[in-house]
Write a protein that binds this ligand. Structure first.
Ligand SMILES: CN1CC(C(=O)N[C@@H](CCCCCC(O)(O)c2ccon2)c2nc(-c3ccccc3F)c[nH]2)C1
Ligand SMILES: [Ca+2]
Ligand SMILES: [Zn+2]
Length: 374
């Protein structure tokens, strides 16, 4: 029987044996963070669950009411709503679903609000960043997403931070967040992702042509990539694009979705990024010294997800950590055979992004960004 404290932690939920999303990865991350004693370099909070009201700030009430009432036992009675809200193999009903959503969403709401107080410059919520959720339906393992809540509705957060820059390095397109801000210039969304012209790679959106509409026109930027991106080309492209975005948009706060499925050897991914390269993107944004909210996201080789997010936690708290994983980590045995923070990257996927492709893409991105100057 889980004690009450356990139920307050999103890592203790199980979506399904066959399902690639394993909240256990959060336990592994927390284990490494604590074994490296990084928790002593920050304030750790156990924030309140998001309330129904919080969630209804962004999602339609009938969707939230559904999530709150449906269970694996009674899901038969809800089959109509289940279809309507895109419940599927990707987004199944599992035990504690609503608790799970309230916990991770509550952490993002609390983190965002803490950033508005002068005493905090960086907040981390590795359980957040579920960027496919829509205001009226679940999608891509994501049920709800509250960063929209913070920047869309006219509230304290959006008054303190009138220009929010959202950056998404998960290998999938951040379609839910893009959609939420598609018509506003209060949040600029930038997503780097694997993209197939035929729309065959989930979610199928995120082409260069999606640039926002109305007031949001030009405040949405997509960087579509092919399989096999490697460290050098990804870091160069990321810094080149993101520097230009920062200079032109001059954000007051940055929300970085640090999905770890863009790492090499990920089960759903297709890039060759090392943990160091992924972390370099986090370091680059951190060094701007603009208030920063770092969120998790995808990541399906869970030992590498934990290594990546523990490493990025060390970057965010300015603490060098030894390459050898701490032997006192509870899950130490799961990190074999190397037991290191930066395992050798063996399975390499051929990089289909040629130098010419990346040159052209960079040019197209800069052309779009030049239009930001109105
Ligand atoms: C009808 N077909 C199913 C749709 C589809 O291909 N869905 C993607 C969803 C991938 C979601 C990625 C989520 C994310 O990594 O971006 C993420 C998760 C949290 O924040 N971000 C997907 N589902 C699976 C999957 C789902 C259940 C069981 C096994 C699976 F392989 C793999 N890839 C089309
Ligand atoms: Ca992305
Ligand atoms: Zn992903």
């Amino acid at each position: 029987m889980k004690n009450s404290r356990n139920l307050l932690r999103s890592e203790n939920y199980n979506i399904g044996v066959q399902h690639p999303m394993k909240p256990l990865r959060l336990s592994y991350t927390n284990d490494l963070v604590c074994a490296y004693r990084l928790h002593e370099k920050m304030r750790v909070f156990c924030p309140p669950k998001a309330t129904d009201h919080d969630l209804m700030e962004f999602h339609i009430p009938s969707y939230i009411t559904f999530l709150k009432n449906v269970t694996p036992e009674n899901s038969e009675q809800y089959s109509f709503d289940a279809d309507r809200f895109n419940i599927s193999e990707d987004c199944p009903i599992f035990r504690g679903l609503y608790d799970f959503c309230q916990i991770y969403a509550g952490a993002s709401v609390a983190a965002a609000l803490r950033l508005t107080s002068e005493d905090t410059d960086i907040c981390i919520n590795w359980s957040g960043g579920l960027h496919h959720a829509k205001h009226n339906e679940a999608s891509g393992f994501c049920f709800d997403y509250v960063s929209q809540y913070n920047a869309r509705s006219n509230n304290h957060f959006s008054r303190v931070f009138p220009r929010v820059l959202y950056i998404d390095i998960d290998i999938h397109h951040g379609d839910g967040v893009q959609e939420a801000f598609y018509e506003t210039d209060r949040c600029m969304t930038v997503s780097f992702h694997k993209y197939k012209e035929n729309g065959k790679y989930f979610p199928g959106t995120g082409g260069l042509g999606e640039i926002g509409i109305g007031l949001g026109k030009r405040y949405c930027l997509n960087v579509p990539l092919k399989d096999g991106m490697d460290d050098e080309s990804y870091i160069a492209l990321f810094k080149d694009v993101i520097s230009d975005v920062k200079d032109r948009y001059q954000p007051n706060v940055v929300v970085l979705q640090s999905g770890a499925d863009s790492l090499g050897k990920d089960k759903l991914g297709g890039f060759n990024l090392s943990i160091k390269a992924h972390g370099e993107c986090v370091r680059f944004v951190k060094n701007w010294q603009i208030p920063l909210l770092v969120l998790g996201g995808g990541g399906y080789k869970i030992e590498n997800v934990a290594r990546c997010w523990a490493y990025e936690t060390s970057i965010l708290v300015d603490t060098e950590v030894p390459e050898a994983l701490p032997k006192n980590a509870q899950f130490y045995n799961f990190f074999g055979p190397d037991y290191s923070l930066h395992p050798p990257l063996v399975r390499r996927i051929e990089n289909l992004n040629t130098k010419a492709d990346l040159q052209k893409l960079s040019q197209q991105v800069h052309e779009r960004l030049r239009l930001l100057d109105g």
